[in-house]
Design a protein around this ligand. Structure first.
Ligand SMILES: Nc1nc2c(ncn2[C@@H]2O[C@H](COP(=O)(O)OP(=O)(O)OP(=O)(O)O)[C@@H](O)[C@H]2O)c(=O)[nH]1
Ligand SMILES: [Mg+2]
Length: 169
């Protein structure tokens, strides 16, 4: 199981996603602090994306995650994700478009484009009302292979102490 951190604006649907994936009753409650759903989901209040001063805290909290999920509501015209936003995490990053039951195809495509520009490697189109896209997301999270191989790869790429000495000599 991959551990995912949810990053998105206030009201974008992060907590509802987490409740759905954990088979909990979906009730609206503004997230006030970092909240854990079991061991698999780190749910952040939207302010961590909206207030630049909190970016550092966002990065520190993401260290515990295997994958960063950028959450974008299809209903929102605007996006808080700057191009290459994902690069600040140095982690595999996915994009989750939420509330597709409420949006036109054009709005959904617009959200996808924003997420891709932000650096999302894979996109999920979801609705917690119709359940669309949720099975795919759950399957992606359940499969640990990719996360493990990515961790291994970064380990391989790390410079050995000997190599470093050589380079600095
Ligand atoms: N129609 C529809 N509504 C949704 C969907 N997902 C979430 N919502 C609604 O959107 C509202 C906000 O959802 P939350 O999950 O609490 O938003 P959040 O991103 O956790 O917000 P913060 O905790 O403030 O950061 C709630 O009223 C949800 O019921 C969806 O797929 N479709
Ligand atoms: Mg929330």
């Amino acid at each position: 199981m991959k551990r995912m951190i949810l990053v998105g604006t206030t009201y974008s649907g992060k907590t509802t996603l987490a409740q759905y994936l954990h088979n909990q009753k979906m009730v609206y409650r503004k997230t006030q602090a970092v909240q854990l759903f079991g061991k698999s989901i780190i749910d952040m209040p939207g302010e961590y994306l909206e207030l630049r001063a909190l970016y550092r805290a966002l990065i520190v909290t993401s260290v515990d995650a295997d994958v960063v999920a950028l959450v974008q509501s299809a209903v929102e015209d605007k996006s808080m994700f700057a191009p290459e936003f994902a690069s600040m995490f140095n982690k595999p990053t996915i994009g989750i478009v939420t509330k597709i039951d409420l949006a036109s195809e054009k709005s959904i495509e617009n959200s996808i484009m924003r997420l891709e520009l932000a650096g999302a490697e894979r996109i999920f189109r979801t609705s917690t009302i119709t359940g669309e896209g949720m099975e795919e997301l759950a399957a992606y999270l359940a499969d640990t292979d990719e996360a493990v191989s990515l961790v291994d790869r970064s380990r391989d790429n790390r410079e050995s102490p000997d190599k470093r000495k050589e380079r600095l000599a």
